[in-house]
Design a binder for this molecule. Structure first.
Ligand SMILES: NC(=O)c1ccc[n+]([C@@H]2O[C@H](COP(=O)([O-])OP(=O)(O)OC[C@H]3O[C@@H](n4cnc5c(N)ncnc54)[C@H](OP(=O)(O)O)[C@@H]3O)[C@@H](O)[C@H]2O)c1
Length: 282
């Protein structure tokens, strides 16, 4: 997927935190022909700095302040639990240069980021997912009222470098997104695990079971993503009356596995909402 670089040409990207998600995004930017020298990454770990410098050719610095000074857009790619201390320590630099802040931290609300950074900045919250590592992610986004249309299209292009994007009509829906697509890869891994287990139980070798289960998952997902038909119609097409698929699906339906999946995702949304309870009133 090639993203137009016109929105990026004059931009300097900064990353506070150079871990897994930051690396996916940096890889995506560079694959879309963003100059490595237009990207600065700060991380306290010398090993992490060395990794991103060696693999992407980006600028690195131990000090987060250096990223703020060098960047028009700053991706906050640290763990949620350190976000408050990171932003409070950067408040003076952030207020001096007013970059666009792009937070990928789960459960940290716009209002908290705004308060900890000193107020008045344009901020976008993003929920990406791990298939971003192979540029097959999906990210949902919501920004505060200070984000301009141009900044929205810049954030959109940044995340499109690692997959698809959707914009949300309100911030609370990020809890649903966390449970649906943030945690979502785990549900599919769970299903792949079960299919592999069944295949081995039925006499297939473990590596054959793995190939059959994963390739079937990839093929089914691509078919569902590219077909004009709904997943339900695609499923019915594989299910001949009195046949093998019907016998298998009957067991899933008799035990309400579909309903259990719905319950599981609702439980995930509730947990996300609980974890992202505002510590500062909205
Ligand atoms: N991975 C996912 O599936 C996923 C999905 C959606 C959202 N996210 C969000 O993405 C964010 C990053 O996750 P990740 O998986 O990339 O985590 P990660 O690999 O642990 O990366 C975080 C990086 O930030 C560094 N760091 C710690 N304190 C710092 C500080 N004060 N200043 C600058 N950097 C600091 C860490 O260094 P040390 O290791 O030395 O502490 C680490 O290299 C999280 O907020 C998470 O909620 C992740």
């Amino acid at each position: 997927m090639q993203v137009s670089t016109k929105d990026f040409s004059s931009l300097k990207f900064g990353f506070v935190g150079g871990g897994n998600m930051a690396r996916s995004l940096i890889g995506g930017l560079i694959a879309n022909r963003i100059e490595p020298h237009a990207i600065t990454v700060a991380d306290p770990s010398a090993e992490a700095r060395q990794y991103v410098a060696d693999n992407f050719g980006v600028e690195v610095d131990e000090a987060n302040e250096a990223v703020i000074a060098a960047s028009s857009s700053v991706v906050l790619a640290v763990k949620p639990q350190v976000m408050q201390s990171v932003l409070e320590s950067l408040r003076t630099s952030l207020q001096a240069s007013s970059p666009l802040l792009i937070s990928i931290a789960a459960g940290v609300r716009l209002n908290e980021i705004d308060t900890w950074s000193g107020g008045g900045l344009a901020i976008v919250r993003v929920m990406p997912n791990t298939p971003a590592l192979i540029k097959k992610g999906v990210s949902a986004m919501y920004g505060n009222c200070r984000v301009s249309d141009q900044q929205m299209s810049q954030v959109d292009a940044l995340l499109k470098a690692v997959g698809k994007t959707v914009w949300l009509p309100n911030e609370d829906l990020l809890d649903a997104v966390t449970a649906v697509s943030g945690s979502g890869p785990a549900y599919f891994f769970y299903l792949i695990e079960s299919i592999e287990q069944a295949a081995v139980k039925l006499g297939l070798a473990a590596d054959t079971a793995h190939t059959l289960a994963t390739e079937t998952a990839v093929g089914a997902a691509l078919l569902a993503a590219t077909s004009n038909e709904s997943p339900q119609v695609l499923r019915q097409r594989v299910t001949s009356p009195g046949g093998v698929t019907e016998a298998a699906i009957k067991v899933l339906e008799d035990t309400a596995v579909g309903d259990k999946f719905v319950d599981a995702i609702i439980a995930g949304e509730r947990k996300s909402a609980q974890l992202s309870q505002p510590k500062i009133a909205d």
